[in-house]
Design a protein around this ligand. Sequence first.
Ligand SMILES: [Zn+2]
Length: 352
Amino acid sequence: MDPIEARRIRPGQDHTDVTIVQITDLLADLQATGRLAVGYPPPLVMLDAGNYATDISHALAGHPVQVLVRLRATRVFYADPEPRRPGEMGAGKRHGREFSCSDPAKRHAPDIALSADSPRYGRVRVRAWTGLHQKLNRTGRWTGHPADERLPIVRGTVIQIVVDRLPDGRKPTKDLWLWHTGPAPVDTALVDLLWKAYLRRKLARTAGDRARVLAMATLRAAGGHQAGFGELAINCAERIRALLAQPQRAPGDWSIALPAGCACELCEVLGTFLRHPERRALDWPLAKDKRRHVHARIDDAELPVLHETRRQSRPYTLVLTKTEALFERERLARERDQADLAWLTDEWKVST
Ligand SMILES: [Zn+2]
């Protein structure tokens, strides 16, 4: 049984549907094996930007699971409308004041605010706004929604994380925004747990092989040897051994793989530069909308590449520089893999 592996996305399959099935299968397995009994803390599923946060939260409402999704910094939400005054007629409003991730002037005071010191990120400030929702349109998953039925209002918590520095020493160019929904009420302790969980995962993550990371998280949540998870543990151990057996990156190898997702000519140029084992920098005169596309691709894939605009002559030049984080991340991933394998051998008696 491997609920994760069974759900590779095939061309034409809807990414959101696959994600939802993946999560509900996981919950069913946890329940079937008694690992998700009443009173257990609901597992936390973390997803990247590019996932449809509202759609996934809507589909999982009522399930014993928490969802934490990275948001693009351009997202806009709404509070509930003010209560109707006595005597007001007509259909009530559905959306109250606007909340903008990109515009501080369009944000009310947070419901929860906390700060902490982190050895890797410096001062971390976290703010959370509860009870916000997105305006849905009759597009995407909602195209077929009955015309005489209103689109749902899906409420969740929007969380902003502002850090002093990134683990590789760079200044962050923007804030980190997250969306959270789950069965438990949101309080300071939960928000504190969420930002830590997200940054820890971000640090440990390497491109690709997300399924294995999720499977390991499941095994760790199951805690020790539990019936029904043996095959998943063996499967994880096999994949980790295969990864560790692969040759390590040579010291001077700067090649980076650009994840699939767009086949435009800009991405072709970007991909060629990234793949090149020796080239570390690229000066690329590019118009604004094209620069924006390249910025988005690098950000979405969280590539170890600095991308800055040099504003001298027009068109401005996009300056790309591969950073040492490329090597640091792989070192961390390897350490994590070795620790995971040791833990599997120890706790799950997976033979070596
Ligand atoms: Zn493209």
